[in-house]
Design a protein. Structure first.
Length: 135
């Protein structure tokens, strides 16, 4: 019996099916940090940047409970927090594939950006020509 998961040796194409696992979710990312693992794989930790959240606040006690915060008593970290969201571990082949994917998508984005910039320039020129005293 033939293995239906493997394409025939003379196949010119292969079909991939994308199924979402129950753990699938979207994560925001402002940047990444990472490098090589001791096994020679890559790891890429995505992070989100934000202002620090106070670790301690102190409030006046009013008639109905906590009231106005005493700002001088607030305890908060200095700087910017980089909250690590997920760490992705992958091998060399996957790294090459990711690089190709990024290169292709960056080229498409830059082409779209050039087109939109040119369209905006043309619209601006047309608007200026329609105005009294325009070109």
């Amino acid at each position: 019996m033939a293995d239906s998961a493997q394409p025939p040796k003379d196949a010119k194409t292969v079909r991939f099916h994308y199924l979402k696992s129950p753990a699938f979710h979207t994560v925001p990312a402002d940047g990444a940090i990472g490098g090589l693992t001791p096994n020679g794989d890559f790891h890429l930790a995505l992070y989100v940047e934000r202002s620090p959240i106070p670790t301690i606040t102190e409030h006046q006690v009013g008639e109905y409970g906590p009231a106005e915060e005493i700002l001088e008593k607030r305890v908060v970290r200095d700087g910017i927090v980089r909250e690590l969201v997920v760490d992705v571990v992958f091998n060399y082949r996957a790294a090459i594939s990711f690089r190709e994917w990024f290169d292709n998508n960056i080229k498409q984005f830059e082409q779209l950006l050039r087109q939109r910039t040119e369209e905006m320039r043309k619209r601006t020129d047309e608007m200026q020509q329609k105005q009294p005293g325009g070109k």
